[in-house]
Design a protein around this ligand. Structure first.
Ligand SMILES: C[S@@+](CC[C@H](N)C(=O)[O-])C[C@H]1O[C@@H](n2cnc3c(N)ncnc32)[C@H](O)[C@@H]1O
Length: 189
């Protein structure tokens, strides 16, 4: 992708609590967790796709506040069970309840009423959902992180991000399958 900047060891975000101290199942890598924590530090954050709370806890350890949006209506796909109770228990036992605002619902319904410094989309890589959510997120937040970029089976998500980056002239940082896009001085609002 044009304009893509990969973080290497030299500029890997520092001062992050070790992700291994978050005992919640997730597909996020250590590098992705550190990048999320670095963009969330001191900021207001909207997260779409909280699942069991791993990324919520990771960001809430550094952020001012995290609005955590998820319908919580079923996981895993082969044997779906509601996730809200486990999510709430996880944010409580990791000590971040005061900085997390749980929002049960779809990002498409909730995001239009919100704004924040940073938005994180982790929406299973689905194309249509990611596209609609990314458009809303770019209107609501100057910095947007999207998970599942260039992950096998998530081509739709990748194409959606590439399209918006080109169309809006966004600056991109990537670690593993996490991309962070933001307005550059050139792209404006
Ligand atoms: C890959 S998981 C998120 C993983 C999580 N961020 C972590 O740290 O491990 C995807 C989540 O997206 C949620 N989701 C699906 N459709 C959604 C929607 N319309 N709005 C918000 N979340 C949604 C699912 O319920 C699921 O919990």
């Amino acid at each position: 992708m044009a304009g893509l900047r990969r973080l290497d060891r030299a500029d890997d975000p520092k001062q992050c609590l070790m992700p291994s101290t978050i005992e919640i199942p997730t597909a996020l890598t250590v590098g992705e967790t550190k990048l999320l924590q670095s963009i969330a530090a001191g900021k207001s954050v909207i997260e779409a796709g909280s699942l069991l709370g791993y990324s919520t806890v990771a960001m809430a350890r550094r952020a001012r506040q995290v609005h955590a949006i998820d319908p919580h209506d079923g996981y895993p796909a082969f044997a779906p069970r509601p996730t809200l109770d486990v999510f709430l228990r996880n944010i409580r036992r990791h000590g971040v309840t005061e900085r997390v605002v749980p929002v049960v619902g779809s990002v498409l319904d909730v995001l239009p009423g919100l704004s924040a410094d940073v938005c994180f989309l982790d929406l299973t890589g689905a194309r249509e959902l990611t596209q609609a959510a990314l458009e809303l997120a770019l209107d609501a937040c100057p910095v947007v992180a999207v998970h599942d970029y260039a992950r096998g089976g998530c081509d739709g998500c990748t194409r959606v991000v590439d399209f918006e980056v080109r169309a809006r002239g966004l600056r991109v940082t990537r670690v593993d399958t996490l991309v962070v896009v933001e307005r550059s001085a050139k792209s404006g609002r």
